[in-house]
Design a protein around this ligand. Structure first.
Ligand code: SAM
Length: 272
């Protein structure tokens, strides 16, 4: 890792690594809200929802450093460097990330750079996409009758060449949540079925979870690639694989595209 420092100078500020949750502005923690309102500079990812970006004070510098599959974005080293640089000139630097910064969010890597550069920091956890999706799609990730455990994995990029523990993930008493797996849906379904998980295992793909544009797609593990190729599917999307998906019909409560979730906080955001 490249060590970034500014000889002869002392950092003026502190970096707050903040989780923004999966989308619904009301899923932001009170602490995240408070920190955001006192930010002097905010470096934010592509996954942070507009409702949350609208909460950033006008006086704060806003820097988009988002990463999206297949789209140009700032390299991780540049983001690390920028965080350090901003901490030298600003008091409250917020690094705002979708979901939770420590779940597939590279939050640890960014903090390691801050440590190496002697910059003070604090971490504010966020609701990870799995929890938000589970709640808003009506799919409990564990349930005594269906799944005794849950595993979060990334289905990103070089899945075919990486050693994947398909045998471990194929446990029928376990729910598997796959982040960033849409482009590798066929590899995931073949890996799991090859390791013994039934092709009839229910699966859900949930896109834009917790937002008014949320969509749920249901099928079986054998149909996963077909589901993932649905032209109506928008990013970001998460896969939930396991018997708990059967509960989605009866436990469904969230109606996207309604005003049901308009809150005081959203109203405040719009008034800013
Ligand atoms: C780089 S990971 C970041 C995860 C984030 N740190 C978290 O804790 O949720 C991005 C992936 O999270 C999932 N994701 C994030 N927000 C989502 C949402 N609102 N609906 C569905 N999936 C989401 C998608 O799989 C997406 O590709």
């Amino acid at each position: 890792m490249e060590l970034v420092s500014m000889p002869g100078q002392k950092a003026k500020g502190k970096v707050w690594l903040v989780g923004a949750g999966p989308g619904d502005v009301e899923l932001l923690t009170l602490k995240a809200y408070r920190i955001l309102k006192s930010a002097d500079a905010v470096l934010y990812d592509a996954l942070v929802s507009q409702d949350i970006l609208d909460l950033i004070p006008h006086s704060a510098e806003k820097i988009a450093v988002g990463k999206r599959a297949g789209k140009h974005s700032a390299a991780q080293d540049d983001i690390n460097q920028l965080l350090v640089t901003k901490a030298y000139t600003r008091k409250n630097v917020v690094r705002l990330k979708g979901g939770d910064p420590f779940i597939f969010g590279r939050g640890g890597e960014e903090l390691q750079t801050l440590v190496a550069s002697g910059i003070a920091f604090e971490v504010v956890p966020g609701i990870t996409a799995a929890s938000g999706t589970s709640a808003y799609a009506g799919i409990p990730l564990t349930h005594r009758d269906y799944a005794q455990g849950v595993t979060f994995i990334t289905g990103h990029c070089q899945l075919a060449s990486r050693p994947m523990d398909w045998q471990g993930y194929a446990n029928p008493n376990n729910t598997l949540v796959v982040y960033m797996g849409i482009l590798n849906a066929n590899i995931i379904s073949e890996g799991l079925i090859g390791a013994g998980r039934s092709a009839d295992t229910p699966v859900a793909i949930v896109s834009k979870a917790t937002t008014s544009a949320q969509q749920r797609f249901f099928g079986t593990l054998g149909e996963l690639a077909q589901l993932a190729a649905d032209p109506a599917l928008q990013m970001p999307a998460l896969m939930i694989i396991g018997e708990v998906v059967e509960l989605a019909d009866s436990l469904h409560w969230f109606e996207p595209n309604t005003d049901k979730h308009t809150s005081d906080l959203e109203a405040a955001a719009k008034a800013l």
